[in-house]
Design a protein around this ligand. Structure first.
Ligand SMILES: Nc1ncnc2c1ncn2[C@@H]1O[C@H](COP(=O)(O)OP(=O)(O)OP(=O)(O)O)[C@@H](O)[C@H]1O
Ligand SMILES: [Mg+2]
Length: 371
């Protein structure tokens, strides 16, 4: 057996080659110190075992996994790892040159050595990559989790702050109403009242986002016609400010089954957006409101003839915090969508040079049972 002599030769030179390996690796990569001896010795024993047919492919795989694991723990990069394995291969091949073996023995020894190292490298590198990927995934998960925790705390803080804010606000609104009743000619009370309503509207919007606002609410059957009347009088100062014409075609028999205050918020949001869109427009400014029932489907549309929404923005206007306004929060339409869906309805928007139109459709649970 020509390789028998060679394996004896390998046994005799083990300490010397492993030591040379250790020296070269440590001089290049000082931080390998802890694992280099294990790596050198393991690889060397692997080659010898492979030559003697004492080691199977499965053994090579297991050793590769073990070494990859330790290398990864010692924070050795994959490049440094591959470099040191190739160095080990080179030292073994150099050693063969020093013996006086016939060319045939040398060639088959080189083929076997390469076979063994290649297999070892393939398994080690794939395991190394898996371990690194797992590490990355774990770090990503940790970052996501702590980010989520912070957002939750922030959300809880904001909603409890808004709750605290709402109680005194409600009583100020009540007292300003009493003031108006007792002293009808007192100037500025209307302005104060309107500003307070605006503030209350913003606060309610935040509460709806934090989902705490709906807890105490009950479903009721209410008239959309009356709701629009209330909303248009609430928005009257804005409508005058923008100088917009409101054309409304609302079926007086249109009833909805749901949360009146929430629906009010939706319609205020959409009409306010329409008024914002008309603010800078020259010429005729118009908001057209239509609300009608057709069989088992009820539809509300609110359209304006302001500048269109660009097709890039259209798919994201219902996303939270999307805004193109300097003082916008971008939660208006997000809240609308949540509320409409809570009523079993759908909301969509189409925009062209002629008009931007928001359509809401309700079926089934959003409508009174007698329909
Ligand atoms: N009728 C409309 N015409 C043109 N653009 C609109 C219209 N309605 C909504 N948009 C666009 O959609 C964006 C998001 O609207 P959304 O109501 O969610 O937030 P916002 O109005 O910017 O801020 P907020 O309502 O919180 O004050 C707006 O910034 C605007 O770019
Ligand atoms: Mg808005």
């Amino acid at each position: 057996m020509p390789l028998d002599d060679l394996t004896v030769f390998l046994d005799e030179h083990e300490d010397e080659v492993v030591e040379e390996f250790r020296k070269q690796v440590v001089s290049e990569h000082g931080h390998f110190r802890g694992v280099v001896h294990l790596l050198g010795k393991a690889m060397y024993r692997l080659v010898v075992g492979y030559f003697r047919s004492q080691i199977s492919h499965e053994d090579i795989k297991q050793l590769a996994y073990k070494v990859a694991h330790e290398g990864n723990q010692a924070e050795i990069s994959i490049g440094e790892f591959v470099y040191s394995v190739c160095l080990g291969r080179k030292l073994v091949l150099d050693l063969f040159q020093k013996g006086s073996f016939p060319p045939f023995t040398l060639v088959s020894a080189m083929i076997k050595t390469n076979e063994c190292f290649d297999m070892f490298l393939v398994h080690a590198v794939s395991q190394y990559t898996t371990l690194k990927d797992n590490d990355l995934e774990e770090k990503k998960l940790f970052i996501e989790r702590s980010h989520k925790d912070r957002l939750t705390i922030l959300g809880q803080m904001a909603s409890s702050f808004v709750h605290e804010f709402r109680n005194p606000l409600t009583s100020i609104i009540g007292f300003s109403r009493l003031l108006k009743e007792d002293f009808p000619s007192l100037p500025y009370v209307d302005i104060i009242e309107n500003e307070l309503y605006q503030l209350n509207y913003r606060v309610s919007q935040f509460l709806l986002v934090s989902k705490k606002g709906v807890i105490h609410q009950k479903k009721e059957i209410f008239s959309i016609y009356k709701l629009f009347e209330e909303i248009l009088s609430f928005l009257y100062p804005n409508i005058v400010d923008v100088n917009a014409h409101i054309n409304s075609y609302i079926d007086p028999a249109f009833m909805l089954n749901g949360y009146r205050d929430e629906m009010k918020q939706v319609l205020i949001n959409i009409i306010s957006n329409a008024l914002d869109a008309l603010h800078k427009k020259a010429g005729h400014k118009e908001v057209v409101i239509e609300a009608f029932q057709n069989g088992k489907t009820a539809t509300i549309t609110i359209a304006n003839n302001g500048a269109p929404i660009s097709s890039d923005f259209l798919p994201v206007i219902f996303e939270p915090f999307f805004t193109t306004k300097e003082l916008g929060t971008g939660i208006g339409l997000y809240v609308c969508k949540e509320i409409i869906e809570r009523h079993g309805g759908t909301i969509m928007c189409e925009s062209s040079e002629e008009q931007t139109i928001f359509s809401m459709k309700f079926q089934g649970t959003g409508l009174p049972a007698k329909l």
